[in-house]
Design a binder for this molecule. Structure first.
Ligand code: ADP
Length: 253
């Protein structure tokens, strides 16, 4: 469960990215975030794993409020999947997947690459689940296709069986057919563990296909919250409409 209570966030430069967001995402829900570029989707996701701090309001993961102190406890319960995969491309697939266990491994053994045996076994299991064979274990990530790289990214995110998966435009770099496969995989793995998913997307068709719930932001405000069936063409047009500013169209001033 993720709960935002009147969360606002202003970046250091003064840009207000989030305005008074109140939102509860129950355990196990697949919630897709929509909204035009700059709407605040990444800022919202980054507040959940503590990379951004709300300027006001409160944010809870389960029953725990996210604070500087609680982050150490919360971080291992959150898996993150990135648009540009964020893998170490010169390292092997195995090294990248096991890196997902870093939040739970003390620094020194991690630096020495001494991961417990159970984690090594888990890498093999996860690779199998994401559709990569054992032969991929020792291959460099740079040799894989984009779709395969995101499979590695998903395996890494599930290393610690997180209660929450945050995915920031996880298929923005992939072609449409591969995108659907990757989202199906992400949702299947999340459902298998009862994990809560908060995932930003820009493809409406994929949002409707995979989400239990769609939340849309526009200029930092929550402007839509409902099941995919409620995302009509009119609702989508309202979300994505380019604001008409007086500078662009003086007749609207
Ligand atoms: P989205 O993910 O929907 O594209 P973002 O959360 O990245 O939106 O951005 C929301 C607003 O915050 C935008 O106006 C953006 O320019 C601004 N912003 C995002 N990150 C930063 C940052 N690190 N510093 C300053 N402004 C930022």
């Amino acid at each position: 469960m993720i709960r935002f209570e009147a969360v606002s966030q202003t970046h250091k430069c003064g840009t207000q990215a989030l305005k008074n967001i109140s939102l509860t995402i129950p355990k196990g829900q697949v919630c897709v975030l929509l909204g035009p570029s700059g709407a605040g989707k990444s800022s919202l996701l980054r507040c959940v794993n503590g990379l951004n701090q709300p300027t006001s309001g409160k944010l809870f993961v389960g029953d725990i409020e996210i604070t500087a102190r609680s982050l150490k406890t919360i971080r291992p319960t959150i898996g993150m999947i990135h648009q540009a995969f964020n893998l170490t491309t010169r390292a092997t697939v195995a090294a990248n997947v096991i890196a997902g266990a870093l939040p739970a491994v003390p620094t020194l053994p991690a630096l020495l690459n001494l991961f417990p045996r159970e984690y090594r076994a888990k890498v093999c299991d996860l690779l199998d689940r994401v559709g990569l064979s054992e032969a991929h274990l020792t291959r460099r990530v740079s040799e894989l296709s984009g779709g395969q790289q995101q499979r590695v990214g998903i395996a890494r995110a599930f290393m610690l069986d997180p209660a929450i998966i945050l995915a920031d435009e996880p298929v923005a770099s992939l072609d449409p057919a591969v995108s659907a496969d990757i989202l199906a995989l992400l949702v299947r793995e999340a459902r298998a563990r009862g994990a809560t998913v908060l995932c930003s997307l820009h493809q409406l068709d994929l949002a409707v296909k995979f989400a239990d719930r769609i939340v849309a932001l526009k200029a930092g405000e929550l402007v839509f919250d409902g099941p995919p069936a409620d995302l009509t063409a009119d609702a989508a047009a309202r979300i994505y409409q380019t604001p008409v500013t007086p500078a662009l169209a003086p007749e609207f001033a």
